[in-house]
Design a protein around this ligand. Structure first.
Ligand code: MN
Length: 717
């Protein structure tokens, strides 16, 4: 970009503004400059220059972007409230409501900037988006401010440099990209790269210069051939070589894990013509001259990127067998690619958001909607970053509306993009009328129909295949709430039982004493305490023991709870409803069955694991006895796996007989491995699905009766 370093006086600024906007209010700009100069007169920049150079440079950048006069004035005034005695009222009185609004919004944004944690950064980002939704000019002025600060970053301490560069790379560059301002995104990235990895940056600059020199002759040759052919068909076009920006090259090296030497599209050839149809004509021409590389042709004219970028891209094998990338677009497309949202702005004195392209706003509205639904600022940041990535597929709703999703998105992503409830209740999907699994990868042009069922909830497994941050965060949110509900119920129950155990009244659960103990552990409410107990992050016994008088405390600690489930009376343990859900899971060591004595172990954050009462894993010598809880089955409602070992004579057809007995008794074989022992015996290791303990006992009996079976036993390790 022409950096406009030549604009170093307000006169030069006014001159430049008039070159694109003859109706601009020069007097307003001069007044703003004079006011800012006066307000900042005591201040110096970190580099030692008078402070006014900064607001002037910001206004110059805005002038380069051809922003309206009020934005330029706000650029000149942007640091006055923040750094001087000036108030919003002062600005309002002297420069009017619109400029005062812009300066005030910018002040709010910059006050956020100095926090350090990731969370705070996410919060900043959220604030920026909200400011942007109110008036896009705020963000553009903020961009100009940040750009000038980045250009003069060398004057700051190394620490501040790193921090600001990182923030620019993570927040400002993606936002500039999302708003389609190509030059700004590249400059943000290059400057951040330069300050974060100075050596790597320097190396790349040199390597690119060398490559450019080497390839110059070759590219000229290609350009001449293309120009001649375009001329021959009477199409007007400009053909030129352009170097990819340094950070883009660096990213490519990182992503593909290749050295600089193997990147062939460091220099691409750009062709700018006058109409979309001529873009395709030129593409056809190039493909007829050289062989296109398969998979490298991209039609962003037919399917623009979400930031409205349009162009044709193709890579061909050039005259000397080297790959060359072409980008073909119209003048207008090139303008949009460089200026993005700012291209829609020009000359619009006094006109604001309404005149902007509807599509940018659709995206913005969606973002604002998302941020309202997502409580967690960090999650929101992830979500937005995720949605900024370039690969997209376009699919259709049954009504024919187009939906844009990231590459590899699934029907679940689609469902969540329609509505959170549709996502939660999604149980199946039809693609072009045919039922597909939920993990199906959506293809361009698919028509997607979601099948929902009322009262249905998402599954944790979905997290393994969904692609959009929106779906991910919605699923996690749902699981969190669900887990909290279960954790709360379980925690309440554990607390009540522990109180009984120590001969305390269960009514103490909600007492002030308990709450005081909780508060000493930084837990503020009774609910949160129960959840923490239910999750296993706090031991219920440690809490309850604190309620005991000193003498008893010592005594009880000497005799920790023993696992004596045999003694437990009916109704004393926690009732397990359903197996393998969020709060309970059957342990895979002993495969406990409904109907038999079991013991629970409160894990950290994974609910309670259920073991058979005699499971060797529950040795109180090695595990924390405080975590053992009494549990009992509330009834087996589904099939449970269990390990069974069958020793037989090594005889043909025995397995068939075993299988027949199992299937006539409604037992499913989940897993089987067989081996023969040296004593001419066969050993079968089954994992069987049975209903409960009685069902298993019955099966063991029936299997034992088969001729040739030597021993049948359940395995608990
Ligand atoms: Mn500033």
């Amino acid at each position: 970009m022409a950096v406009l370093r030549d604009i170093n006086t307000v006169d030069a600024l006014v001159d430049r503004v008039f070159s694109y906007n003859p109706e601009s209010d020069a007097n307003l700009l001069r007044r703003a400059y004079a006011f800012s100069n006066e307000a900042h007169y005591k201040q110096k920049r970190k580099g030692g220059e008078p402070y006014i150079e900064h607001p002037l440079a910001v206004a110059a950048i805005l002038c380069y972007m051809r922003m309206d006069t009020n934005s330029l004035a706000a650029g000149l005034l942007h640091d006055t409230i923040e750094d001087t005695d000036t108030t919003v009222e002062d600005i309002k009185e002297l420069f009017g409501d619109d400029i005062a609004f812009l300066v005030e919004s910018l002040t709010k944004l910059s006050r956020m900037e100095f926090k350090t944690s990731e969370e705070a950064q996410a919060e900043n980002f959220r604030k920026m988006l909200i400011a942007m939704a109110e008036d896009m000019r705020v963000i553009i002025i903020k961009f100009a401010d940040r750009l000038h600060n980045m250009r003069t970053l060398e004057y700051l301490s190394p620490e501040r440099r790193q921090k600001i560069a990182l923030e620019t790379l993570e927040i400002y560059a993606p936002l500039a990209n999302r708003l389609g301002i190509g030059w700004l995104k590249s400059e943000f990235e290059n400057l951040s790269f330069k300050f974060m990895m100075p050596e790597m940056y320097e190396q790349l600059v040199q390597k690119v210069a060398k490559k450019r020199e080497e390839q110059e002759g070759y590219l000229d040759e290609v350009i001449k051939i293309v120009e001649a052919h375009i001329k021959a068909v009477s199409i007007s076009a400009k053909v030129s070589g352009r170097v990819k920006h340094y950070y883009g090259i660096y990213q490519k090296m990182q992503k593909q894990k290749i050295p600089f030497e193997q990147i062939y599209d460091v220099i691409a050839i750009r062709i700018i013509t006058d109409s979309p149809s001529n873009c395709y004509a030129i593409l056809g021409l190039i493909h007829s001259l050289w062989t296109p590389v398969p998979g490298r042709f991209k039609d962003f004219i037919g399917a623009p990127k979400s930031n409205l970028y349009q162009s044709l891209h193709t890579t061909i094998i050039g005259p000397r067998g080297e790959r060359v990338e072409f980008q073909i677009r119209t003048e207008e497309m090139n303008r949009v690619a460089e200026e993005g949202i700012a291209a829609h702005w020009k000359y619009k004195e006094g006109d604001h958001a309404e005149k902007l392209d509807e599509k940018y706003f659709a995206w913005l509205r969606e973002l604002v909607r998302t941020q309202k639904e997502t409580r967690d600022a960090k999650e929101f940041l992830e979500e937005v970053k995720g949605d900024i990535s370039p690969g997209v597929v376009y699919v259709f709703t049954p009504e024919g509306d187009i939906v844009e999703l990231p590459q590899d998105a699934t029907p679940v992503d689609f469902a969540y993009s329609i509505h959170t409830i549709v996502g939660h209740q999604c149980i199946g999907a039809k693609i072009n009328g045919k039922i597909v699994p939920l993990r199906y990868t959506l293809q361009n042009g698919d028509t997607v129909e979601i099948i929902t069922s009322h009262g249905h909830g998402p599954s944790r497994d979905w997290l393994k295949f969904v692609q959009t941050q929106r779906a991910k965060s919605r699923i996690k949110q749902w699981l969190k709430i669900e887990e909290r509900k279960k954790g709360l119920i379980l925690g309440e129950e554990l607390l009540e039982k522990a109180l009984r155990k120590y001969n305390l009244s269960p009514s103490m659960a909600k007492s002030k004493e308990i709450l005081d103990i909780a508060k000493s552990l930084k837990i503020q409410t009774y609910e949160d305490l129960c959840v923490a107990i239910g999750y296993g992050s706090i031991s219920v016994h440690k809490i309850v023991r604190k309620l005991l008088p000193e003498s008893e405390k010592i005594e009880k600690e000497k005799t920790p709870l023993k696992k004596e489930p045999q003694k437990s009376e009916e109704g004393k343990g926690i009732r397990i409803e359903g197996v393998d859900n969020i709060m309970f899971h059957r342990s895979k060591c002993c495969y406990p069955l409904p109907g038999e004595k079991v013991t629970g172990f409160v894990t950290r954050g994974r609910g309670i694991s259920i073991h058979t009462a005699d499971c060797p894993t529950l040795d109180t010598q090695t595990i924390d006895a405080d975590r053992l809880v009494e549990v009992e089955w509330a009834g087996g409602d589904s099939n449970c796996s269990v390990k069974v070992q069958v020793l037989t004579e090594d005889k043909r057809g025995l397995l068939a007989e075993l299988s027949a007995v199992l299937s006539t008794n409604n037992v499913n074989i989940n897993h089987l491995d067989a081996s023969t022992t040296h004593e001419k015996q066969a050993l079968f290791n089954f994992i069987l699905d049975v209903k409960d303990k009685r069902h298993l006992d019955d099966i063991i009996k029936k299997l034992s009766q088969i001729n040739g079976v030597i021993e049948v036993r359940r395995v608990k390790t």
